[in-house]
Design a protein around this ligand. Structure first.
Ligand code: ADP
Ligand code: MG
Ligand code: MG
Length: 254
């Protein structure tokens, strides 16, 4: 079973010619098969955590470790992280002009698996997954995220997750901007992957509503750059009724 271990992670960014510490000692362990929800107010550093684990160059790790089965993730290039089984669905997926969804998925799968997937089974896999996510087949020929609606971008992220079969998936606000129907379809997609027991999921969200569809094993409250409290699914209910106020007192979240 793959295990992602984050220990005492401190991260800074450069903004306005100043160095700002965003993550202030994050500790978290995610095992394959588990679902963790990270919930917190805007600006608390949730996306920074996702990007830091994924290897975004904008974020400087100043202290702490991130390992996958004991291997130092922070030493890996971004593509090595993907090959090791890490996956990030971004809060704001980027456009890739001139690259079709179909090409993008096959190139990614080839890079991650180390060989091109067999065409017959691959085409079937893609078709089935797109159908399950209620994506029109014509979508495969469109350029990645170019002109996609918010809902289409999120479906495409989950399509990647389903096809690339990561060991650890970080989903950054996959629920934001989705209407109820899209939220259900996207959540069912996440649950399909999760039900294989092969993926550890880190579900980052601001709102509790996605947790009605995707039941977390653990809920962590994120505030001021660290995990302020951890618990089970019941912690989300408490947040739903009480909000984040109790966690951000004594310092603004930004
Ligand atoms: P969240 O995802 O919880 O809303 P973020 O991680 O996006 O929070 O942001 C946390 C803080 O770090 C914010 O104050 C934000 O302005 C700052 N920050 C994040 N990324 C950058 C960046 N690339 N450049 C400058 N500031 C950043
Ligand atoms: Mg935000
Ligand atoms: Mg964010």
């Amino acid at each position: 079973m793959a295990t992602l271990e984050i220990r005492d992670l401190h991260v800074t960014v450069e903004a306005d010619n100043a160095t700002k510490e965003i993550l202030k000692g994050v500790d978290l362990t995610v095992k394959q098969g588990e679902t963790h929800a990270i919930m917190g107010p805007n600006g608390s550093g949730k996306s920074t955590l996702a990007y830091s684990i994924a290897g975004h160059p904008k974020y400087t790790i100043t202290q702490g470790t991130v390992t996958l089965d004991g291997e130092d993730v922070l030493e890996m290039e971004v593509d090595e992280r993907a090959r090791a089984g890490m996956f990030l669905a971004m809060q704001y997926p980027v456009e890739v002009p001139g690259v079709s969804v179909s090409n993008f998925l096959r190139t990614s799968a080839t890079a991650i698996r180390g060989e091109a997937p067999k065409l017959r089974t691959w085409v079937k896999e893609v078709k089935e997954s797109m159908a399950a996510l209620q994506m029109d087949p014509s979508f495969a020929e469109r350029n990645v995220n170019e002109g996609f609606s918010g809902g289409e971008k999120k479906r495409h992220e989950i399509l990647q997750m389903e096809l690339l079969k990561p060991k650890i998936a970080i989903l950054d606000e996959t629920d934001s901007g989705l209407d109820v129907d899209a939220l259900r379809v996207v959540s069912e997609g996440v649950n399909r992957v999760r039900d294989t027991g092969e993926v550890g999921t880190l579900l980052i969200t601001h709102y509790t509503r996605i947790l009605r569809y995707i039941k977390p094993d653990f809920v962590h409250v994120f505030a001021n750059g660290r995990i302020a409290e951890s618990g089970g699914a019941e912690l989300a209910d408490k947040l739903e009724s009480e909000g984040y106020e109790a966690y951000v007192k004594g310092g603004a979240s930004e």
